[in-house]
Structures are given as structure tokens and as C-alpha cells.
Design a protein around this ligand. Structure first.
Ligand code: PHE
Length: 347
């Protein structure tokens, strides 16, 4: 093996052994750099004759280009390896399940309340909300339900062991009827002196509470109050409005309603509203849906209005019941357990 062959094989070995580009460039310097072996060979030619220089020069140039191509081959190999490892480390596993954003949806009772609001809204009813912790006066007294009157026990109220600033006992409202009083009083004040006073037409949906718990009763449930007061509003209007509402809510014109005499301290006369489907699985069965009646003169007085002049009707219905009937849910408790397997069916 000539000295040149040995330099070439040294260079090839050194390049192959360089694990990184930086070390490869260091190895290159040992052969092709200013003091590298090839450079030294060229310097050593000074003493040679012209003929010898020609032959030796050609050999050295051959060696140099062989070293350069070994170098380039190693550079390419290292660059490929680096690219591959970078690709590997940044690789995406497209077979992994993606992170999904859960699609939310409204609770079935909220869906029912939205429907109620849309239908009554189209009939010119305002939508009002009020406090769930009420005063004794709003929940009962203003509704013609005097203190110590036995009718108060129609509702198994949760009392709060606390009084408000005026010393009135507080309770978790057992019905939305206090909203009749709150809304009507605010309306009467706002339009005081205006002739004629614009009619009161409002619904008030919200949470209500009673000491009650079984498949069809929950200690927390929903009610929606309705109130229409004017100079000529009669029971006939209640029948038309409520029947029309039910037919639109269930999208079923075969629905019949029945007004069954009943008693509430705040209405006179009073009626339970029953409905019956003309078709479908519940066809022919009367279903109780709401309490209602002509607002009692004492209550109209507590609105701040003259009962000789203003008259109208109120009703209180259960959106939970309406949601059960519309969506075919048989147990009320399902609405309030927060089980996603149930709730996601309404998305
Ligand atoms: N507040 C009554 C109840 O909870 C329902 C009702 C409302 C009755 C309005 C008549 C008028 O049972």
C-alpha cells in the first residue's frame, strides 16, 4: 500500500467514525486543512523535478478528490440521519384518538321553558324573573293567604331561619305566585297616572321548593306563573290563551282542555287545568297541568290596583311536567340527577 493509499483509508475510517457533522468537519481538517496531511504532501513536492512533480501532483490531486468525495458521502449520510431523527422525534401518531371538545346542550327543562317563553312571547307576554328566597308576605300574605290560615299548609314550605331587614320571615318560595305581586306592583308604579294603564301580561318561570320527594315530586322543581290583568280580561281569555299555548307547545291540535273547579286563596273562581291528547300513547287520559283562576280582588288590591276596575287571570304550571310529557320521560328525578347518559340525549 502506497503512502497515498494509506492516507485515503485513514481518511475514510476517520470520516466513517465521526458521529456528528461537527466532528466530521474536525476530521476533515486533519486531511485537507492548512496543516492537514494532503497539504503537507503538496508542500513536500518542492524538492522534486518537473517530471516527478507532474506525476506526483496528479496522484495527490486524485487522492484529494477521493478524500473529498468520501467526506461528501459522510456529510450526506449524517444529514440524512439527523433529518430522520428529527422527523422521528416530532412525529405525530395519527392513530391516537383526538382530544374532543364536548358539545354542550340545554337541559330538557330549560328547553321546555324556552318553548314556553317563545310561545307566550308571541302572544305579547313579558318574561320576568324573581328571587328564590322570598318574604312571607310575598309568598303568602299578599296572595290573600293570611297568617295562621290553614290554606298555607297546602304548600309544605321550606322556611329559612332568618328575617329580612323589615323583620319579615323568609322562605324558599313554594310557588312562582309571588312574582304576580312583584311584577304587578312594579308595573302599577311605573305607569301610575297613565290613562289607561297598559295591561299586565307576564310569565315568570323559575325554581320553586317544597318539602316533597317521590317519582313525580322533587323538593326543587320548576313553575311558570302567568298573569294577564286589564279592564276586560275574563276567564274566557284564560281558556283561549292556555288551550292555544298547549296546542302549540305539543304541536298537536287534537289537545282538549278541561277547567276543573278548585280552590286557591288568591283566585276566585279557581280551576285546575287538565289536558287530554287526542292521539298518541296518552290519548284519552286527563292530565293535570296547572292551577289557575280569576285573580282575587284582595290580591289585585295588593298589586296596588283598584279591583273594581282591573280584573284578569293567573295560572301556575309545571315546566317539569310539560318537559316529561313532551320528551316521554317517566321519572321526574332523572331531570335533576345530572346523569350525562340521560342529559346528552337532549343535545
Ligand atoms: N300557585 C299555585 C300552586 O302552586 C298555582 C296557581 C297559580 C293557581 C296562579 C292559581 C293561580 O299550586
Amino acid at each position: 500500500m502506497t503512502d497515498l493509499d494509506s492516507i485515503l483509508s485513514q481518511a475514510q475510517t476517520a470520516f466513517e467514525a465521526a458521529p456528528t457533522s461537527a466532528e466530521l468537519e474536525n476530521a476533515k481538517a486533519r486531511f485537507l486543512g492548512k496543516t492537514g496531511q494532503v497539504t503537507e504532501l503538496l508542500k513536500g513536492m518542492a524538492a522534486l523535478s518537473v517530471e516527478e512533480k507532474k506525476a506526483r501532483g496528479a496522484q495527490i490531486n486524485q487522492l484529494k478528490s477521493a478524500i473529498e468525495s468520501a467526506l461528501q458521502a459522510r456529510r450526506d449520510a449524517l444529514a440524512r440521519a439527523e433529518l430522520e431523527s428529527q422527523l422521528r422525534s416530532e412525529a405525530l401518531d395519527v392513530t391516537l384518538p383526538g382530544r374532543q371538545r364536548g358539545a354542550g346542550g340545554l337541559h330538557p327543562v330549560s328547553l321546555a321553558i324556552e318553548r314556553i317563553e317563545a310561545i307566550f312571547g308571541s302572544m305579547g307576554f313579558d318574561v320576568a324573573e324573581g328571587p328564590e328566597i322570598e318574604t312571607d308576605w310575598m309568598s303568602f300574605t299578599a296572595l290573600n293567604n293570611p297568617e295562621n290560615h290553614p290554606a298555607r299548609s297546602m304548600q309544605d314550605t321550606f322556611y329559612v331561619d332568618m328575617k329580612d331587614a323589615q323583620g319579615r320571615w323568609l322562605n324558599l318560595r313554594p310557588h312562582t305566585s309571588p312574582m304576580q305581586v312583584r311584577y304587578a306592583r312594579a308595573h302599577a308604579q311605573k305607569h301610575a297616572g297613565q290613562e289607561p294603564m297598559p295591561e299586565i301580561r307576564v310569565i315568570a318561570p323559575g325554581r320553586t321548593y317544597r318539602v316533597d320527594s317521590d317519582a313525580t315530586h322533587s323538593p326543587m322543581f320548576h313553575q311558570c306563573e302567568g298573569l294577564w290583568i286589564g279592564e276586560h280580561i275574563s276567564f274566557k281569555d284564560l281558556k283561549v290563551v292556555f288551550t292555544d299555548f298547549l296546542r302549540r307547545f305539543f304541536e298537536d291540535d287534537s289537545i282538549q282542555t278541561r277547567f276543573r273547579p278548585s280552590y286557591f286563596p288568591f283566585t276566585e273562581p279557581s280551576a285546575e287545568i287538565d289536558m287530554m291528547f287526542g292521539s298518541g300513547p296518552l290519548q284519552g287520559r286527563w292530565l293535570e297541568l296547572a292551577g289557575s283562576g280569576q285573580v282575587h280582588p284582595n290580591v289585585v288590591r295588593n298589586y296596588g290596583l283598584d279591583p273594581e276596575r282591573y280584573i284578569g287571570f293567573a295560572f301556575g304550571m309545571g315546566p317539569d311536567r310539560l318537559a316529561m310529557l313532551r320528551y316521554g320521560v317517566s321519572d321526574l328525578r332523572l331531570f335533576f340527577e345530572g346523569d350525562l347518559r340521560f342529559l346528552s340525549q337532549f343535545r
